[in-house]
Ligand binder design. Structure first.
Ligand code: PMT
Length: 218
């Protein structure tokens, strides 16, 4: 890993979960800690890239030298990414974006009444697909978090979302993936597949940044 790998390049990374509000005090979310996305931001910065981090709510320190954009919901994350997309050469979607949000956000705290409550959810926009469809478009990298048929689902997501590369992340094992210190991924780009052995997210991030530098025409 050397420090000039992405010199002169502008990288935008999404990280962490999104929060989809139900009422003023409640939300739907997931277990993403932001560790993988923040490690990618650190690695991009170490590789010499001008790095923008669009982050959902996490408790990690902001990486030094990152252009930091905190967001909450998927809608806000999309708006921020589309506003900044023309200023980036490489986009990495590491955030665990909520696929659905409550159809209505209640203005007041929801009261408990009945024994059951039905919640109607509507689809959120797909951020990485929107970025991949932008003009001009950055080299676009997604993640695929899967609990089974990892590589088949990852390839399918890469194609459907119009991505240049996808990082297949097995999240069925508690020691890797969501909210863990380590990860184990397979980098899929075109017909090639490169499996990285289990390692800290810092090391995995550097290997992903190297693969992106090699494949993105730098
Ligand atoms: O944050 P950590 O605790 O360190 O955990 C890291 C991680 C497991 C969250 C990370 O490595 C990871 O796999 N991130 C992607 C999680 C995810 O939501 O995957 P997905 O298979 O549901 O989504 C596929 C891709 O589409 C992802 O690049 C995702 O960012 C993107 N997406 C999904 C939905 C949506 N509405 N918009 C999107 O851009």
């Amino acid at each position: 890993f050397h420090s000039g790998l992405l010199a002169g390049k502008r990288v935008m990374i999404t990280a962490g979960p999104t929060r989809e509000a139900l009422d003023p005090v409640r939300f739907l979310s997931n277990h993403s800690s932001g560790k993988m996305g923040y490690a990618l931001a650190e690695a991009a910065i170490a590789a010499g890239a001008r790095t923008t981090l669009v982050s959902g709510p996490v408790t990690l320190p902001i990486p030094e030298h990152a252009q930091y954009h905190p967001v909450e919901s998927a809608a806000e994350m999309l708006e921020t990414c589309l506003r900044l997309v023309s200023e980036c050469d490489i986009f990495i979607a590491c955030a665990a974006v909520a696929d659905y949000r409550p159809e209505q956000v209640q203005g007041d705290k929801i009261k408990k009444n009945d024994a059951e409550m039905l919640l109607k959810l509507v689809r959120n926009p797909d951020i990485v697909s929107a970025v991949a469809a932008a003009e001009p478009r950055p080299f676009t990298v997604g993640f695929a978090a899967e609990t089974r048929d990892l590589l088949a689902y990852a390839r399918d997501k890469m194609q459907r979302k119009g991505l240049d590369m996808i990082i297949a992340n097995d999240v069925s094992d508690q020691g890797i993936g969501f909210n863990s210190e380590e990860n184990e991924v397979t980098i899929v780009c075109g017909q090639t597949e490169h499996a990285l052995p289990r390692a800290s997210k810092t090391i995995i991030a550097r290997q992903i940044i190297e693969a992106i530098a090699n494949s993105s025409g730098k």
